[in-house]
Design a binder for this molecule. Structure first.
Ligand code: NDP
Length: 310
């Protein structure tokens, strides 16, 4: 049994920032790093919108900088996957890899969210080489080029509009004959001359020599007028939703219908006293490293207050 004051789960910008603040508050935090060190951010190619890096930064470098900053003030890192928690007791119990047990006065959940992918083989082949799940992060690399956005919801419309401001042409690949997005977002997309919406299309595979150069699509699959089509593209953006990594906490922590952890307004407090949530696991809207880092700082400040009140 390991007894700690503050335990942080997750190694993205939210987790590391929480660790910097918690360690500087002398909480001697332990941070559990899962399999994707650095979190979702490391699936992008370069980070250009995080303040403090005027020339941009390679994501692994940035996350390593954050990690070393947390280490400098005394954070202990533990590598492994959290397999069980018990937040019904005080101190809270967190079990790593089914065997290492921690008891913590405060727990900060910073487990992030994962973008949903279509599940086709070529998505994996071209990941980071034309396939992205974040237009705000990677759109800039496709200036004056042709890209496709998959999805017909608000995120897809928002990303298509954003990309249309940078790119020569944007296709939207929508599996239904209509967009699911809100009316205003639909109108923005449909009125944008740079965006062509391909309704009733599904992606079969991506093609290209070492990077994405095209996509094979199927139009009206299974219908009499079914047809194979090919589009030439330089980038393929997934916008078919995200899944917050919160299933492990569902018996204790209140979540919304999508699984995002519910927090108390602007505060990272959850419904369980002493359990805080930071970053994308509690944020269905912004999904930005800088926002996650800010909420990690808030969570550590709240955890410190909570621990001092015990
Ligand atoms: P949504 O679940 O709303 O939309 C997902 C889209 O992806 C749908 O068009 C869906 O198609 C499509 N899709 C899902 N799986 C596949 C697949 N396997 N192949 C092809 N297409 C697929 O997710 P969003 O991320 O767009 O939005 C999430 C929430 O966030 C929503 O409530 C949204 O309103 C909100 N949001 C609000 C914004 C704003 O107000 N500015 C901005 C962004 C998000 P289908 O319709 O056929 O199911």
């Amino acid at each position: 049994m390991n007894r700690v004051r503050c335990l942080i789960i997750g190694s993205g910008p939210a987790g590391y920032t929480a660790a910097i603040y918690a360690s500087r508050a002398n909480l001697q935090p332990v941070l559990i790093e899962g399999p994707q060190l650095g979190g979702q951010l490391t699936t992008t190619t370069e980070v250009e919108n995080f303040p403090g890096y005027p020339d941009g930064v390679e994501p692994f470098q940035m996350m390593d900088d954050m990690r070393r900053q947390a280490e400098r003030f005394g954070t202990t890192f533990v590598s492994g996957v959290v397999t069980k928690v018990d937040f019904s007791v005080s101190p809270k119990k967190v079990i790593v890899e089914d065997e290492i047990e921690y008891e913590a006065d405060a727990v900060i959940i910073a487990t992030g969210a994962s973008a949903k992918y279509l599940g086709i083989e070529s998505e994996r082949t071209y990941k980071g080489r034309g396939v992205s799940a974040c237009a705000t992060c990677d759109g800039f690399f496709y200036r004056k080029k042709t890209v496709a956005v998959v999805g017909g919801g608000d995120t897809a419309c928002e990303e298509a509009n954003y990309l249309a401001g940078l790119c020569e042409k944007v296709y939207m690949i929508v599996r239904k004959p209509f967009l699911r997005a809100s009316e205003i977002m639909q109108q923005r997309v449909l009125n944008n001359p740079k965006i062509e919406v391909l309704f009733e299309h599904n992606t079969l595979q991506l093609t290209g020599e070492g990077k994405v150069q095209g996509a094979d699509l199927i139009y009206r699959k299974g219908e009499p007028d079914e047809e194979l089509r090919h589009i030439a593209i330089d980038g393929f953006f997934l916008a078919i939703g995200h899944h917050p990594n919160t299933d492990l906490f569902k018996d204790y922590v209140a979540r919304d219908a999508e699984g995002y952890i519910l927090v108390d307004g602007d505060s990272p407090r959850t419904n369980v006293p002493g359990v805080f949530a930071a970053g994308d696991c509690a944020d269905p809207h912004y999904r930005q490293a800088i926002v996650a880092a800010g909420s990690g700082a808030k969570a550590a400040i709240e955890a410190d207050k909570y621990i001092k009140s015990l």
